[in-house]
Design a protein around this ligand. Structure first.
Ligand code: OXD
Ligand code: MN
Length: 590
């Protein structure tokens, strides 16, 4: 008798009509074989799916060039298909589940003809964790199969774990013919099902990542009493060897990966990495909040990654451990057969192919590597991997840090007065868009808890859920807002960032361990300047004060923008958020 997994796979195969069905076991030997298939048999836009890179300098590394139209997440083609539009909220594109299914059925009919269907059994989270989820994804390209091996815990044991159950997480993925007009990422939260066609890009195609672990998991968390968040998880070790665990939410290009792998500029302090993108947060039996990272790999932006900005990431990429590591849409140094991107240490190589495979020269006004070019690497390659990474219970969180990119207004660090105020700090978070994104540079977009593109239900209800989680915690983490990006009157960043951010983390862990006091302001609690270690940074006192300046007249436009944002969610915006909004606007009135 066929198992529920076999029946489901057969049903999808009847629709998509692959030539072959291959069940992956997740082993290294299999990964070697699939890389060979990607180098010799499969092609994307005429290029082999994988190209071997210089194995002496970049062990286990392979290069992948995507279809030229397929380089980023496509938020406008991403839908959350709840039965009722109001559940999805104004923060999501919505389609009725039956309409979405009939559209996807048409697009998927025969989409795997001539191809292999790979069946990928994987866990999000450690298999022994009570919080982990067993999942099956189908795909028709080796790039996605290999990427999933790096990013998740893939293996045959998952099939045994699922056994006769039908409630496993399902993902059906096909690159189709890469036609951007036939590209859709559809979520069916009540069925734990993601259906994606037309893209091989990480966030659109690795269905365990943003699609399940954030959009659908946030909905599960709402129903079951936990949180799925776009957060890094790290342990901060002080000179006495005590480790304090924190999470941090920040939108893209705000230094999340650099923070997760930070190399401390302060002697005696060390950062231990547990995750760089997603955290699942559960209330533990002791009333503390526990975090696990459901992923097992890092899918990071390559440009600007260097020994200065993130030395531990370069060490991770060069480690000769887990097989393989992928580079997608970087430039190629053809003399050395190595990946290259803007911002990498050393001089620009003489002979480069750009991310589309065309000869590139620096006189051209274009970037050689795509601004969203990526590496995909196992977290087990990281020299800073926390010894708690595989702890099925996760780590107890003492502080939650919420950040954004703001050149004005928002202080370097603020501690919330309490949980409710902290939820408001997260809900009001905005970030200025960067040149790397398709938006105009420097435009403010509200991005609560960095979850705007990833919250799988009405964001007003999401704020309520955060407030409710706080009520279940007898020892809630303290909540902080951070902003590394405030500029001076000449438009220069005041704070040096990167490894120096440890100075702010040091203050945070001293606060959570009740070692220092703080100063009350209308926005929240800030450090007494003598408690923020700025030794050796040469920041003049007036600039240091500017990092914490509160200019009431500048805040008035911010209040208008916040009000407009919260109003969108109508009756779903909790009264507590409005209460915090009113208190703050009164404190900052002119
Ligand atoms: C993102 C990512 O887009 O992590 O946020 O890839
Ligand atoms: Mn992310």
């Amino acid at each position: 008798m066929a198992t529920p997994i076999e029946r489901w796979v057969e049903e999808q195969a009847r629709l998509t009509k692959p030539d072959k069905i291959y069940w992956c076991d997740g082993s290294e030997a299999e990964a070697h074989r699939l890389i060979e298939v990607g180098m010799k048999e499969e092609k994307i836009a005429g290029n082999p799916v994988f190209q071997e890179l210089n194995q002496n300098n970049w062990p286990n590394a392979y290069f992948h060039r995507s279809h030229p139209t397929d380089v980023a997440r496509t938020e406008h083609l991403t839908y959350v298909c709840h039965p009722d539009k109001e559940i999805a909220g104004p923060n999501n594109n919505w389609m009725a589940p039956e309409d979405a299914k009939s559209l996807m059925t048409k697009l998927s009919d025969g989409c795997m003809e001539g191809k292999t269907m790979y069946v990928l059994p994987y866990m999000m989270g450690h298999p022994d964790s009570p919080y982990a989820k067993a999942c099956i994804q189908l795909t028709d390209v080796s790039y996605v199969a290999i990427s999933m091996r790096i990013m998740t815990r893939m293996g045959k044991n998952v099939i045994e774990k699922i056994g006769d159950r039908n409630d496993f997480v399902k993902g059906l993925h096909s690159v189709g013919d890469f036609d951007p007009d036939k590209r859709f990422i559809m979520h069916f939260p009540d069925e734990h099902f993601v259906w994606s066609i037309g893209s091989g890009y990480g966030g659109n195609a690795l269905l365990g990542k943003k699609c399940f672990s954030l959009r659908i998991a946030s909905w599960l968390g709402y129903q079951e009493g936990w949180l799925a968040e776009h957060m890094v998880i790290l342990g901060i070790e002080d000179p006495k060897g005590n480790i304090t665990y924190v999470t941090a939410a920040m939108p893209s290009a705000c230094g999340k990966t650099n923070l997760a792998m930070l190399e401390s500029a302060l002697p005696g302090y060390k950062v231990w990495t547990l995750g760089d993108d997603i955290a699942w947060l559960n209330v533990g039996p002791d009333g503390r909040l526990y975090a696990i990272n459901p992923e097992a790999g890092l899918f990071g932006v390559a440009p600007s990654t260097s020994m200065k900005t993130n030395p531990n990431m370069l060490r991770t990429l060069k480690a000769d451990k887990f097989y393989p590591t992928l580079f997608t849409n970087t430039a190629l140094d053809t003399d050395k057969n190595e990946p290259w991107w803007e911002g990498l240490d050393g001089s620009t190589p003489k002979n480069l192919l750009d991310w589309q495979g065309k000869p590139w020269n620096s006189a051209k006004d274009t970037k050689a590597a795509h601004p969203n070019s990526r590496f995909t690497v196992s977290i087990y390659n990281s020299p800073t991997l926390s010894k708690e990474f595989d702890n099925p219970k996760g780590v107890p969180i003492s502080a939650i840090i919420l950040g954004g990119r703001r050149t004005k207004l928002i202080p370097l660090v603020i501690e919330a007065f309490n949980w409710q105020h902290g939820v408001f700090l997260g809900a009001r978070t905005g970030s200025e868009t960067t040149a790397a994104a398709t938006h105009k540079e420097g435009v403010l977009r509200r991005d609560p808890m960095a979850m705007l593109p990833f919250c799988g239900y009405n964001m007003g209800d999401y704020f309520k859920h955060w407030l409710n989680i706080g009520k279940k915690l007898s020892h809630p983490p303290k909540i902080y807002s951070v902003n590394w990006f405030r500029t001076d009157d000449n438009g220069k960043f005041i704070w040096p960032g990167f490894g120096e951010n440890i100075r702010v983390l040091k203050w945070i862990i001293e606060r959570v361990n009740n070692r220092v006091s703080a100063k009350e302001t209308p926005l929240g609690l800030i450090p007494d300047l003598e408690d923020l270690n700025v030794e050796g940074l040469n920041i003049p006192e007036d600039k240091l004060k500017k990092l914490f300046e509160i200019n009431n007249s500048e805040w008035q436009a911010e209040f208008k923008d916040m009000e407009k944002f919260f109003n969108q969610f109508g009756k779903h915006t909790p009264a507590e958020i409005w209460q915090e909004y009113k208190t703050l606007s009164k404190r900052c009135s002119i």
